[in-house]
Design a binder for this molecule. Structure first.
Ligand code: F1P
Length: 292
């Protein structure tokens, strides 16, 4: 068994712990603050999901950026960074540049790393730390904590995750030649994370778009043997437009964060089938530390 498989299965328990922690975190943004949320890779996509959710709930303007693309000329009331490793170069550089300019808070599973002193406040997610290079439980636990802090109704997520973990994985997903992931609003971050997870773990060809953008070109990729995976309700009736292409349209009624677990499991299963090590994907390291 890979570390990744074990970490995927740990999600319900870790989400319960994260939900309890999220209700009482004080260093996170207050209502009305103008906030930037930043990460790299998976952490960037979690940042995007949280930023959109916070703004949707009317809690204040919230922008998400890849750490390397942060607009330094802008002023924010608070900077939230997400980094499992606590050692990612672009994150540490940004925290150093923001010191004294705006309060910073970091979510990390590794508080005893440089991020521990680089950020003004640390939210310790060490209960969700991982040994696999690819992120599953750490990222979804960070999102759970952030959603809890926004007052989202997340009580049923862990129970729903347990059900998804016990489901069989359909052969047509495992055999798919290509998968495109779609989602609207905060769910676009989930779609991007699903696409990255499949790429990192299985070297698969995946793409991700905001749902309504899909008709503006990307639908040309849909064909028999390929999958279009829509996270969240398909209010835009994309299923009907995908049907004539012959691609399989996948859509579940679950919360998109719960549905993401199906993609985690799919990634692990496809990696195994291809003889790839899901814990040590090609060309990846646990964190990207750049030389000076
Ligand atoms: C972020 C990250 C991962 C990616 C890879 C390199 O790291 O980009 O998302 O899978 O392993 O690091 P972190 O800043 O969250 O530790």
């Amino acid at each position: 068994m890979s570390f990744m498989t074990d970490e995927i299965a740990r999600q319900p328990g870790a989400w319960r712990a994260a939900a309890a922690a999220g209700a009482s975190v004080v260093a996170l943004p207050r209502p009305g603050e103008r906030v930037a949320v930043v990460g790299c890779g998976t952490s960037w996509f979690i940042a995007e999901a949280y930023a959109r959710l916070r703004e949707q709930r009317g809690l204040g303007e919230t922008d998400a950026f890849a750490a390397s693309e942060f607009p330094l000329q802008r002023g924010y009331d608070r900077l939230v960074v997400i980094s499992r490793s606590g050692t990612t170069t672009e994150i540490l550089d940004l925290l150093a540049r923001q010191r004294g300019r705006c309060p910073t808070v970091a979510l990390t599973t590794s508080p005893a790393t440089p991020i521990g002193t680089a950020a003004d406040h640390i939210i310790d997610l060490s209960f969700a730390d991982e040994r696999s290079v690819v992120q599953t439980v750490s990222a979804t636990s960070a999102l759970t904590l952030l959603r809890a802090s926004l007052g989202e109704a997340i009580d049923g997520l862990a129970d729903a995750a347990e059900k998804v973990l016990a489901e069989p994985l359909p052969e047509e997903w495992i055999e798919a030649e290509q998968i495109t992931f779609l989602g609207r609003g905060w769910v676009h971050g989930i779609a991007r994370e699903a696409a990255l997870k499949m790429r990192e773990t299985t070297q698969a060809w995946t793409e991700a778009y905001p749902s309504m953008e899909y008709r503006h070109g990307p639908i040309a990729i849909a064909a028999p043997g390929r999958v279009v995976w829509h996270f969240g309700p398909d209010d835009d009736r994309l299923r009907e437009d995908v049907r004539p292409t012959g691609a399989l349209f996948v859509n579940h009624p679950d919360d998109p964060q719960v549905d993401l677990i199906r993609v985690h499991r799919l990634a692990a299963a496809v990696a195994q089938l291809k003889g790839l090590d899901p814990d040590r994907p090609r060309s990846l390291t646990r964190s990207v530390v750049l030389g000076s």
